[in-house]
Design a protein around this ligand. Structure first.
Ligand code: GLU
Length: 374
């Protein structure tokens, strides 16, 4: 059987559910983790960039503190997560080090993906790690998140991360090998669906409310995650992690469900930027900068001729030529005040001009869209 062409995807986010990694005594399955790391190393050697979103902190930390998940209060779970996270990420670090691959820990709260300024910060950090071939190991920052401000489950977190890093594939590894017409654990007529082209309300209602005991997400949360990711141009794959080398198994033809993205991550991002209705201000570009942008570059401080309006880092701004034509839009890496001080500056003068170390660009090429022109 021919397998999933993971080779079509350059940047992958792999979500690992607690039930794959940790048994119900809180013991980590090192063997499985090492085999997963072997798969990740293989993908990296083939030129893929991989981000791992892993659950398991609470499951590992609970026995350390003598907590039973059923009776635990929020603060018990948060303390368990703190004790478990350090072991969890250390185990990944060790498993990946066998292949001389470095790991980095990133703990997220929803503000980091929902607030545009923090989104830009996080995106740049992920970008740098991947550029240096470091594997980010991501989890929710359970220790400080409270019920009202949580992603709640790592499926949703993984989808937001996929969007943040502009991944082209999100692989949700869990205890099921895909999406079925009904819950296969209690319905023998349930049929496996290999490909989903569009996620409708009917798809969501088919997902039902199945729940696994150790992790917190059911099929509904996976389909919701797939909806977020596919809208961001990222295909989503639900596959079983109950086997060793689950990513290699996918390549070799293991059963899974692929939720197909309609476009690419870059196209989805540009479409979103083009549709941002409210621009908070304007950056007037000199001719050289307008040419550089059209050639695919970022907007550097030296190319800013003037600044109009009042905006903060992360706000959308109009990009205009000196004759007043709006050639595009982008997210500002600086506030209006900072942009004004930097206007016309060489990039190596940024720190001296602002008095602190800033970003190299005023609008990054990934955060801007140009309108069609003659
Ligand atoms: N962040 C939680 C943990 O590491 C898991 C949440 C989830 O499984 O969805 O234990």
């Amino acid at each position: 059987m021919s397998g999933l062409a993971l080779s079509d995807y350059r940047r992958l986010v792999v979500k690992v559910g607690s039930s794959l990694l940790v048994d119900n005594q809180g013991r980590l399955n090192r063997d499985w983790l090492e085999k997963l790391s072997d798969d990740v190393a293989g993908l990296a050697a083939d030129g893929h960039q991989v981000v791992i979103v892993s659950s398991g902190a609470i499951a590992i930390g609970s026995p350390v503190l003598g907590i039973s998940k059923q009776r635990a209060r929020l603060e018990d779970l948060q303390a368990a997560a703190a004790a478990g996270q350090i072991q969890l990420v250390h185990s990944y670090q060790e498993a990946l080090a066998r292949h001389r691959i470095a790991a980095a820990q990133i703990l997220m709260t929803p503000d980091d993906t929902e607030d545009r300024r923090r989104f830009l910060n996080a995106r740049r950090t992920f970008g740098k790690l991947l550029e240096h071939s470091v594997i980010p190991i991501v989890n929710e920052n359970d220790t400080v998140a409270t019920t009202e401000i949580r992603y709640g489950d790592n499926d949703r977190l993984a989808a937001r991360i996929a969007q943040l890093v502009m991944a082209d594939a999100l692989v949700l590894l869990s205890d099921v090998d895909g999406f079925y017409t009904a819950d296969p654990t209690n319905n023998s007529d349930a049929k496996h669906i290999p490909t989903v082209r569009a996620i409708t309300d009917e798809t969501l209602s088919m997902a039902g409310e199945s729940r696994s005991v150790i992790g917190s997400g059911g099929m509904v949360t996976k389909v919701q995650a797939a909806r977020i990711a596919t809208h961001a141009g990222c295909s989503t794959i639900i596959a079983s992690g109950l086997i060793p080398n689950p990513l290699q198994a996918l390549v070799d033809g293991a059963r899974c469900t692929v939720f197909q993205a309609s476009g690419t991550p870059a196209a989805a991002r540009k479409q979103w930027l083009a549709g941002v209705l409210e621009v908070a201000g304007e950056l007037i570009l000199d001719d050289g900068a307008a040419r550089a942008l059209r050639a695919g570059g970022s907007l550097l401080p030296v190319g800013v001729a003037a600044v109009v309006g009042s905006f903060r880092r992360g706000d959308a701004v109009a990009l205009k030529t000196s004759s007043g034509d709006e050639i595009g839009r982008g997210l500002a890496e600086y506030s209006d005040d900072e942009a004004l001080r930097l206007a016309g500056c060489q990039s190596d003068q940024i720190e001296q001009t602002l008095g602190y170390r800033g970003r190299a660009v005023v609008v990054h090429r990934d955060e801007l869209v140009l309108f069609d022109h003659e």
